[in-house]
Unconditional design. Structure first.
Length: 258
């Protein structure tokens, strides 16, 4: 059964197709059909301890770790639960994303939504590309806590160009690790066309920015329309009054009428 599952599932890192070198693209296919797609740029901010110059005190440094192109990946698709696992630099770093689909009671009745329910990041401070002279180097795991992110109606993909921050708590003395996500497009369920995202659900930040961009244009159009209507009303009123018989205000002139 395991061999048959391995044969039926395909995972593809398509990051090379992105014009943005910081953006990664991952696809999971089962039975020759796309069941999970994810595009995003990701970076981790990880605090770690180093010795001070007196070799007595500890000071905290910060490692900025980008998600490398060419990363290895695994995926798992399910009806209500899906996973994406990404590893790079010989598995010194591993990111796991867990997605959950569930129903919610709304004013319109029961509706289904999916969300990013958990994030796990494993990192090795013995890896010297990003960690310099770390004290007690070794592997640590950072996990999210009560996460409910990227909430999206079922059957749609999530899209957000703005940067989002997800906080993780590390096994390294409970340090706070930050996951920075941007240019996100994700759909872990209900993909109807192979390699094609469903209709997008924009994040609130993108919706607000789009409104801020279009609001001045809308107000300008409304103002222009008001000016045009005012000029038309004035023109019509002027034309009507010009055609009316002018009654003399001086009553002595009435004898000349008729």
């Amino acid at each position: 059964a395991a061999a048959r599952l391995a044969a039926e599932q395909e995972v593809e890192n398509l990051s090379g197709l992105s014009p943005n070198p910081e953006k990664d693209i991952f696809v999971v296919r089962e039975n020759r059909t796309t069941c999970l797609m994810a595009e995003f740029a990701a970076k981790f901010i990880v605090p770690y301890d180093v010795w001070a110059s007196n070799y007595v005190d500890l000071i905290t440094e910060q490692a900025d770790i980008p998600l490398s192109r060419g990363a290895e990946m695994k995926g798992k698709c399910g009806t209500n639960e899906s996973e994406l696992e990404i590893s790079w630099l010989e598995q010194a770093y591993t990111l796991k994303l867990f997605f959950l689909k569930e129903g919610h009671n709304t004013s319109r009745g029961q509706e289904a939504f999916w969300r990013l329910s958990r994030v796990q990041f494993t990192y090795d401070t013995a890896e010297r590309t990003y960690f310099k002279d770390a004290v007690s180097p070794g592997k640590h795991t950072a996990n999210s806590h009560h996460l409910s992110a990227l909430v999206t109606p079922a059957g749609k993909s999530y899209e957000c160009q703005a940067q989002q921050t997800i906080s993780l708590i590390s096994s390294d003395h409970q340090k706070s690790v930050q996951l920075l996500l941007s240019e996100v497009r994700v759909q872990p369920f209900d993909i109807t066309a192979d390699f094609v995202f469903s209709e997008e659900h924009k994040c609130p930040v993108d919706q607000r920015e789009q409104l801020e961009e279009t609001l001045p244009l809308i107000l300008g159009l409304i103002l222009g329309l008001v000016i045009v209507i005012t000029l038309c009303v004035y023109h019509i009123h002027h034309k009507l009054t010009a055609n009316q018989v002018q009654i003399p205000r001086d009553r002595s002139q009435y004898k000349h009428m008729g």
